[in-house]
Design a protein around this ligand. Sequence first.
Ligand SMILES: Nc1ncnc2c1ncn2[C@@H]1O[C@H](COP(=O)(O)OP(=O)(O)OP(=O)(O)O)[C@@H](O)[C@H]1O
Length: 220
Amino acid sequence: MTTDPLDETPDRLTLQELACFRGDRPIFIGLDAELEAGHALVVTGRNGAGKSTLLRILAGFVRADAGQVLWNGVDREDHDIPWRERLHYLGHRDGIAAELAAGADLRHWAAILGVPRPLRAARVAEALEALDIPHLAELPVRVLSAGQRRRLALARLLLARRPLWVLDEPTTALDRDGQALVARLIGDHLDQGGMVVTATHLALGLDDRVVPLDIEEAAP
Ligand SMILES: Nc1ncnc2c1ncn2[C@@H]1O[C@H](COP(=O)(O)OP(=O)(O)OP(=O)(O)O)[C@@H](O)[C@H]1O
């Protein structure tokens, strides 16, 4: 029987000497960071510093040109599929099917995320409730405002429990309540032993659970 090397509770994420080039141009070189369960790595830096690129490397959409990303010492490059199955990635694009109703979009995601069919309706209802958008369930996504769409995208995080959340500017387009909600969702996820890597300039109010990573200082 083969065992999945990522089956252990993931409690340590290590970025080791990561480098990324676009053409001949280095975006960052020699980037190191360490994150433990229950903590959030908050990536900051000027526009174009490479925050989204770093998050996309973690999620497995972009290859690093050098260095490693390790989870409990396991290299993500060697375990691409199990790695992806243990994270939620939320990028700038919401990944929402415009013609579906909001609730149907989430049901679609629940299927993609492997939620067993009999549990999907309840999970979707809970996620809509948590993001304070149950009244949008029957509306086509194309008529939603930018902030409502963002809330719908964030609701995906709650459909299936995954230990690592990779969130690129998760509060874009959100009002103050929405921003507070994101901080609370992240706090709850950390309370449950999860990990978060996020590019955000929002003060999360998570104090000692935040590990700051200024990408320009870390890899000038
Ligand atoms: N597919 C690509 N091909 C070429 N260059 C790219 C590509 N994707 C990103 N870049 C470049 O890499 C650099 C880093 O981009 P990235 O989106 O990671 O920055 P960022 O820190 O997230 O910026 P922002 O704060 O504006 O969102 C930028 O100069 C960008 O133009």
